[in-house]
Design a protein around this ligand. Structure first.
Ligand SMILES: [Zn+2]
Ligand SMILES: [Zn+2]
Length: 163
C-alpha cells in the first residue's frame, strides 16, 4: 500500500489524512494470522523539519495458543508515530528516521512493523490455560482426561509395562 506524499512534501504546514484498510492475510507468522483487514487512520504532517506520521491501527488477529494449540481471536490496537525526512536532508544520525526516496511511502510496511511490535510475546488463550495432556494430547481446558497423572519413576517405567 503505497501512499504519495506529493501534496505535502514541499508544503510546510500541510496535512494529509489517511484512512486505509490494509490486508495482511498473506503474512506468514508463527502463531498469529490476520484474516481480516487492519483498519488504520492517521495523518502525515509536514512540520517544516520533516514529515510526521501519527495514527492508530486496529485488527482482529487470530492466535494459536502456545500451550494448548487452540485458535482464538483477539483485537490488537496500537498507536504509531514515525518520522520521515527527504533524502536531501540531514538525518542527524537518528536511526528511527525514515529517509524518503521520492515522495512515495509504503504505508503497509510501516503499519505492519508497528503491528508486529505490539504483538504479545507469549500467546495464551487465557492466563491459566491448562495445556494438553502429555500422554493422550487431550485439551485439559475442556476437562480432565482419564490418564494416570502420577509421576512415573523412570527406573520403574519398564517394570510398569510388564505388569
Ligand atoms: Zn490455551
Ligand atoms: Zn490424558
Amino acid at each position: 500500500m503505497e501512499i504519495s506524499l506529493l501534496p505535502i512534501v514541499n508544503a510546510e504546514g500541510r496535512e494529509l489524512a489517511v484512512s486505509e484498510n490494509l490486508d495482511f492475510s498473506a503474512k506468514n507468522e508463527v502463531g498469529v494470522s490476520f484474516p481480516e483487514p487492519l483498519s488504520f487512520t492517521g495523518k502525515f504532517v509536514n512540520t517544516g523539519n520533516g514529515i510526521e506520521l501519527t495514527g492508530s491501527g486496529e485488527v482482529d488477529a487470530e492466535f494459536t495458543c502456545d500451550r494448548c494449540g487452540e485458535v482464538f481471536e483477539d483485537k490488537i490496537t496500537f498507536e504509531l508515530e514515525e518520522w520521515f525526512i527527504k533524502a536531501s536532508e540531514e538525518t542527524n544520525g537518528d536511526p528511527d528516521t525514515i529517509v524518503l526516496e521520492g515522495d512515495m511511502v509504503d504505508l503497509g510496511e510501516i503499519v505492519y512493523r508497528n503491528l508486529f511490535m505490539n504483538l504479545p510475546m507469549k500467546v495464551l488463550c487465557k492466563e491459566d490455560c491448562k495445556g494438553l495432556c502429555a500422554k493422550c494430547g487431550a485439551n485439559l481446558n475442556h476437562g480432565e482426561c482419564s490418564c494416570d497423572k502420577r509421576e512415573v519413576n523412570p527406573a520403574f517405567a519398564d517394570l510398569d509395562k510388564l505388569l
